[in-house]
Design a protein around this ligand. Structure first.
Ligand code: ADP
Ligand code: ADP
Length: 232
């Protein structure tokens, strides 16, 4: 599904250069749920940004669902990102003055879907996260956990190949975090590939694989549990 070979990402300023990722190698199979852990500043966000085609890399090869990313134009990258990737952020990143319904509609614009197809996808995604009855609310009228469920619905509505989640429970209390983890696990069982950065070692133990990044490199594949169910 996703393959990185000897990826390097170097940030340069006049005085210093930082190797945020160095000789970074990772293969993620379809249907896996991978947790990414590591100290602050180790390269986790850079990895997610490169994986999600939000950031460039300097060296190496990245193949996303059969497409080699190197040398693609910005337009092609946007198209690929829109088609293949769903993002979930710590701060939900919902549009505050859009309704829940319109937030979930976001990735469906500019896709050439009919109004009916869009409506079906939005309704299905909201049903999956248990928020159908709130479709006309604004984000500020929902709890943090509910807002994150909207963000998950938005990501799923685009029917991505890979869900990239950057500390999706980082702003939630433990009960809501539990609900979000259960939801992500359900989505994964139904076939979605998920890569999640987390600070929570218990969460990292619950998924197929926990990779640890230190100083821009994978240092530890501490846990591996094979994918139970064939992906769709
Ligand atoms: P993490 O997500 O694990 O905290 P990051 O990927 O954010 O780590 O950062 C990895 C390293 O790259 C850090 O040393 C950080 O300071 C540096 N870095 C990240 N983004 C930038 C940037 N835009 N410009 C310069 N340095 C950066
Ligand atoms: P970064 O993206 O650079 O890793 P964060 O803003 O995510 O930085 O985290 C800042 C600090 O807060 C980190 O050192 C981390 O240990 C702590 N932290 C963030 N989220 C959590 C969390 N969900 N549980 C425990 N500690 C956390």
């Amino acid at each position: 599904m996703l393959s990185m070979n000897n990826i390097s990402r170097v940030y340069r300023s006049e005085t210093i250069q930082t190797h945020a990722l160095r000789d970074f190698n990772l293969q993620v199979d379809a249907g896996e749920f991978v947790a990414v852990t590591g100290p602050s500043g180790s390269g986790k966000s850079t990895f997610l940004n490169v994986a999600g085609l939000l950031d460039e890399f300097n060296e190496g090869e990245y193949v996303l669902d059969g497409t080699s990313v190197k040398g693609l134009s910005d337009d092609d990258l946007s198209r690929l990102r829109n088609e293949k990737i769903g993002f979930i952020f710590q701060n939900y990143n919902l549009i505050p003055d859009y309704s829940i319904y319109d937030n979930v509609d976001m990735p469906l614009r500019y896709r050439g879907l009919s109004a009916k197809q869009r409506r079906n996808r939005i309704e299905h995604a909201l049903e999956l996260v248990g928020l159908s009855s709130r479709h006309s609310y604004l984000p500020s009228q929902l709890s943090g956990g509910q807002q994150q469920r909207v963000a998950i619905a938005r990501a799923l509505a685009g029917e991505p190949k890979v869900l990239l989640a950057d500390e999706p429970t980082g702003n939630l209390d433990s009960l809501m975090a539990r609900q979000i983890m259960d939801l992500l696990k359900t989505i994964n069982k139904e076939g979605s590939t998920i890569i999640m950065v987390t600070h929570d070692p218990d969460q990292a133990r619950e998924v197929n694989r926990n990779i640890q990044i230190i100083d821009g490199q994978i240092t530890d594949y501490s846990i591996y549990a094979p994918v139970e169910q064939a992906p769709i």
